[in-house]
Design a protein around this ligand. Structure first.
Ligand SMILES: *Cc1c(COP(=O)(O)O)cnc(C)c1O
Length: 373
């Protein structure tokens, strides 16, 4: 089939049918709802994979960020420092909690939270309750510097690792460095449950508390007794079954994403107008999405050329401090995030892509750049 659409990142179930086997087990035992073996299994297996203590399976990464903020004691009018270059779901939960975001720039070495700008933000807002760092596209932030600043100012570090499941920083998985880590299993992520998220922490008591809040905060009583506001945020046993199956192929997906990134580098790195995402010897990325930076070429031009060939591409995330809904909030930094947004393009990184698909992408880019010159 010629010119079938090539996607950025779409669901990729195992060839072995692991996901269906776990879901079938849920049907066979009638554990359709509420919780059940798949939820506990998925929590334990994910915690084992990333080598952390405890995990709570929730309906989304977004709800996991909100629960992390709540568990950190973030409430009305508290300051939360948040990486600006990210997807809005990182920042929205700050508003859900009635708190006030302060956005911080990225650095060129990681594309993530710039420790120098974070230091300035903490000097200006020493009362901040939490810091949210993101590991965009699977690239790891400079965790050592960020952790020591959070310790110095006694703020809780939350890692939005929605895009970086499987990425390591100095040999340890991202998402396990902060007091709380968040993963997403949305349809476009490296593994998916059709929709879902996970909150991880070494603090068993806090994770237990999140499980309590996210199942309507029912006190221990026969009747319905509530002394706290609850949420309906728990992952279902069916969805968790998909997650257990997907975990079995996570390493394969990481390997393929790395292969895709290497392919693009090999084919495109001799084009002088193209540069690649930063790589650091202290981190191993899952390369959830491969992104490039264009020099003197309009990203919209390249994206249009790709679209003509039925190839999906996207700009880099538009920073939060540039979003109409967040424009009233403070921003600390210069123009790094803005420059990345204005010059970057995310390339198809779908793990189902064939060699032919990959060449279709790179040949289209080569042709477009040659015609632009
Ligand atoms: C996908 C994503 C989220 C939200 O996760 P959902 O499971 O879709 O709610 C949060 N932050 C980042 C950086 C993401 O990419």
């Amino acid at each position: 089939m010629k010119n079938e659409r090539i996607l950025l990142s779409s669901p990729h179930m195992s060839d072995e049918g692991y996901e269906q086997a776990f879901v079938k087990e849920a049907f066979d035992t009638n554990w359709i709802a509420p919780l059940g073996a798949n939820v506990t299994g998925f929590e334990n297996e994910l915690a084992d994979f990333v080598k952390t203590g405890h995990a709570a399976a929730l309906v989304s990464g977004t709800s996991a960020i909100q629960m992390a903020l709540k568990a950190a004691g973030v409430g009305k009018d508290d300051i939360v420092i948040c990486q600006s270059l990210t997807f809005s779901a990182t920042a929205n939960p700050i508003i859900y909690q009635g708190a006030i975001p302060v956005f911080v720039d990225s650095d060129e070495e990681t594309w993530n939270l710039d420790p120098r700008a974070l230091k300035k933000a903490l000097e200006k807002y020493p009362e901040a309750k939490a810091v949210i760092v993101v590991h965009l596209y699977g690239l790891s932030a400079q965790l050592d510097e960020i952790i020591s600043l959070c310790e110095e100012y006694d703020v809780t570090l939350i890692e939005d690792a929605a895009e970086s499941l499987g990425t390591t920083y100095k040999g340890r998985y991202t998402g396990t460095f902060g007091k709380y880590g968040v993963y997403s299993f949305n349809g476009n992520k490296i593994i998916t449950t059709s929709g879902g998220g996970m909150l991880v922490s070494e603090d068993e008591e806090r994770i237990e508390k999140v499980r309590f809040w996210s199942t309507q905060a029912r006190d221990k009583a026969r009747h319905y007794q509530h002394s706290e506001i609850g949420y309906n945020y728990r992952m279902s046993n069916i969805v968790a079954g998909i997650g257990r199956g997907q975990l079995k192929v996570l390493n394969d997906r990481i390997a393929k994403k790395n292969y895709i990134h290497e392919f693009y580098k090999r084919e495109l790195s001799n084009i002088s107008q193209i540069s690649f995402m930063p790589e650091n010897d202290w981190s191993k990325s899952n390369f959830w999405l491969s992104a490039i930076i264009l020099d003197n070429i309009d990203p919209n031009y390249l994206m249009d050329e790709l679209e003509k060939e039925n190839i999906e591409s996207r700009p880099i995330w538009k920073p939060m401090h540039m979003q109409p809904i967040f424009e009233e909030y403070d921003f600390i930094g210069t123009n790094i995030a803005e420059k990345l947004f204005e010059t970057g393009v995310c390339l198809p990184s779908d793990t189902k892509m064939t060699e032919e698909d990959l060449y279709r992408v790179t040949n289209t880019i080569k042709r477009a750049i040659a015609n632009a010159n």
